[in-house]
Structures are given as structure tokens and as C-alpha cells.
Design a protein around this ligand. Structure first.
Ligand SMILES: NC(=O)c1ccc[n+]([C@@H]2O[C@H](COP(=O)([O-])OP(=O)(O)OC[C@H]3O[C@@H](n4cnc5c(N)ncnc54)[C@H](OP(=O)(O)O)[C@@H]3O)[C@@H](O)[C@H]2O)c1
Length: 324
């Protein structure tokens, strides 16, 4: 039987990272998870790490500031996946991934040398959202997410590190059951803001499916140095269609559907705090501009459900049933 690649997940306790760890184990990969000493007294994080260990993962202790420790961790594996948190809190965590790039390209890393020749080892940086290469026009300050992801891409490509970028579109929990509303994760009861005419297509993906497709990609030569877009056909929906699905599921028609123009949506942005300004920008690009669906995938990319038809992805209405 073909040997499965050995996977190191950095940021494995995060929202998407923990799912990637579980998917890696479920798909039979020897799975390693970075355990940072900086977690300090965060007992929930520690217990999550211990639960990964109980499921068969190996915990590798190293700080991102500990270059030698990071090199030692990276040397043990074939694939490094980072699920580092995004830039919502002005923290620029995404740029910490330069330290992972430095560890992978460490001259002593014979594995990289061999794997570059055989095109095996690869790095999947923290992306998992909109394709940053298509967001060069994005609004301030939300564009920081895309700018930082592009900065990382440049470092990876300049170092000739084999890679795959995962463009996961909308995580279902953040955009689906709340009927695409900001500042809540719960379904609205009466009143819903509809962006423009509500007919722009977006794409909603169950987070466990994001992880499953991510792991499917890692040993696949078809995904080498490409962007993989997650576009489950039944989950390519307009906001109106999402609302309709919820109304059908709940048996209740929402009484107030308030259409809001792009100008009205963007107007209050300047008075919001940073995370909400970032959020408004991202919502604008998704629901007014249609940035997830207004392009065809080119030769530098591929679509995950076509590559892996065997994955039974979750339809959004199925996902929303949890909220009834
Ligand atoms: N498509 C979407 O709808 C969507 C939604 C949200 C996020 N995203 C994207 O998904 C990716 C992951 O986001 P997430 O929400 O899953 O992240 P998250 O849960 O906020 O955090 C992920 C992990 O990052 C690590 N981390 C955080 N601060 C750190 C620091 N200062 N130093 C070192 N490590 C640190 C921690 O892992 P450890 O403690 O385990 O090391 C943390 O658990 C991002 O690229 C984000 O843009 C996409």
C-alpha cells in the first residue's frame, strides 16, 4: 500500500486547525501537531492537544520563536499545514508564518532538497478563505488579510517551496445559519438585512469538509503548486436562496426583509472598530461584488469537488438543521 505522507499541523487548536488535525487522522496520515509552550495556562487548549494525542497524533513541542525546534519538527514530516489565525485583531499573526517558511527552507533540511527534486514535500499556508490573489482591489482595512496572505505566498514561491493554497470560500457557521448577517451567528427571527437585491452568488462550506478536502489534496500531484477552490455545487447560493432554505426548514417566513444598498452598507464603516471594519469589507466583496463566484478557475487552480467526488459534502440546509 502507498505510504501516506506525514503531516505537521501548526495552529492545530484553532477553529479550522482542529478540524484539519482530525481529518488528517481520519484519512490515515501520521499526524503531528505543534504544541507551543506559549499556551501557558490555557487548559482548554492543552486538553484539546491531549485529545489529539489520544486519537493517535504526536505532539511536537516548539515555539514559533524557536528556530531550531521548528526545524526539528518540520524535518519529521512531508507536509506542513498552517491554520494560523487571520488578521482580524490587528495582530498580524499570519506574518508569523514567515518563521515556518524559514524552518522549511533551512539548508540542513535535506528532506526539502530531496522533496523539491521529487516534488513531494509541501507547505499549505493559512489561507482557507477568498483567493487573495484576486483581492488586490480590496477595501481598507480588511485588505490586510489578503495582503498578508500574498506576502506569505511570495516568500513561499521565492524559496521554491512546493505548496498548495486552499480557497475555502465561506465557512458555513460564520455565514450560513445567520443568513449572512454580521455580528451574530444565530438565525434572525423576524428581520434580515438583504445585501442589494440578494441575488449575488456566494459559496458556503462545512468546516469539516474544508478540512477533509484539504487533507485529500496533500498527496495529490494534481494540486501541486496550485490553488484549490472549494465549490460544492449545491452550496453555491445567493443570499435570497439561503433565506428561502431557512424559511422552508423553520416553517416560518421572515417578516422584515430590508434591502440595503452597497452605499448604505459601507457608510457606517468609519465609525466601527477594527474587526468590524474588516468584516464589513469582506462582506461587501462577497455579497455585493460576488468575489467568490465572479471568475472561472484557471490553469493555476482546480476545484475540489471535481477532484474528489468521493467526499460526501454537507449541503447547507442539512448544516442549518442543527439550528432548528
Ligand atoms: N473562509 C472563512 O469563512 C474563514 C473564517 C475564519 C477564518 N478563516 C481563515 O482561516 C484561517 C484560520 O483561522 P481560524 O479562525 O481557524 O483561526 P483561530 O481559531 O483564530 O486561531 C488559530 C490558531 O492560531 C494560533 N495562534 C493564534 N495566535 C497566535 C500567536 N500569537 N502565535 C502563534 N500562534 C498563534 C493558535 O494555535 P495554537 O495555539 O494551536 O498554536 C490558534 O488556535 C485564517 O487564514 C483565516 O483567515 C476563514
Amino acid at each position: 500500500m502507498e505510504e501516506k505522507s506525514r503531516v505537521l499541523v501548526v495552529s492545530g487548536t484553532g477553529y479550522i486547525g482542529r478540524r484539519i488535525v482530525r481529518a488528517s487522522l481520519a484519512q490515515g496520515h501520521p499526524t503531528f501537531v505543534l504544541m507551543r509552550p506559549e499556551i501557558g495556562l490555557d487548559v482548554d487548549k492543552l486538553q484539546m492537544l491531549l485529545s489529539f494525542k489520544a486519537q493517535g497524533a504526536r505532539l511536537l513541542e516548539a515555539s514559533l520563536d524557536d528556530h531550531a525546534g521548528l526545524v526539528a519538527a518540520v524535518k519529521q514530516v512531508d507536509v506542513v499545514i498552517s491554520a494560523m489565525s487571520g488578521a482580524h485583531m490587528r495582530s498580524h499573526n499570519l506574518l508569523l508564518q514567515h518563521k515556518i517558511v524559514e524552518a522549511i527552507k533551512e539548508p540542513g533540511n535535506i528532506k526539502l532538497l530531496l522533496n523539491t527534486i521529487f516534488r513531494m514535500q509541501r507547505f499549505l499556508p493559512s489561507e482557507f478563505g477568498m483567493d487573495p490573489s484576486r483581492m488586490t482591489h480590496a477595501l481598507e482595512p480588511g485588505r490586510v488579510t489578503f495582503d498578508e496572505k500574498m506576502e506569505l505566498r511570495r516568500a513561499i514561491e521565492e524559496s521554491n517551496i512546493p505548496h498548495t493554497y486552499i480557497s475555502a470560500n465561506c465557512f458555513a457557521a460564520y455565514f450560513g445559519p445567520n443568513l449572512c448577517q454580521m455580528r451574530t451567528l444565530l438565525p434572525p427571527k423576524e428581520r434580515v438585512l438583504v445585501y442589494g437585491d440578494g441575488n449575488v452568488k456566494a459559496i458556503f462550506v462545512d468546516e469539516d469538509d474544508v478540512a477533509a478536502y484539504t487533507i485529500k489534496c496533500i498527496d495529490d500531484p494534481r494540486t501541486m503548486n496550485k490553488t484549490i477552490y472549494l465549490r460544492p455545487p449545491d452550496n453555491i447560493l445567493t443570499q435570497n436562496e439561503v433565506i428561502e432554505k431557512w424559511e422552508k426548514l423553520s416553517g416560518k417566513v421572515l417578516s422584515e426583509k430590508i434591502h440595503i444598498t452597497a452605499e448604505e452598507f459601507l457608510a457606517p464603516m468609519k465609525d466601527l472598530d477594527f474587526p468590524n471594519q474588516v468584516g464589513v469589507g469582506h462582506f461587501y466583496h462577497i455579497f455585493y461584488e460576488g468575489c467568490l463566484t465572479n471568475f472561472e478557475i484557471g490553469d493555476d487552480g482546480a476545484e475540489a469537488t471535481l477532484l474528489y467526488p468521493e467526499v460526501q459534502y454537507t449541503r447547507l440546509d442539512e448544516y442549518m438543521k442543527q439550528y432548528l
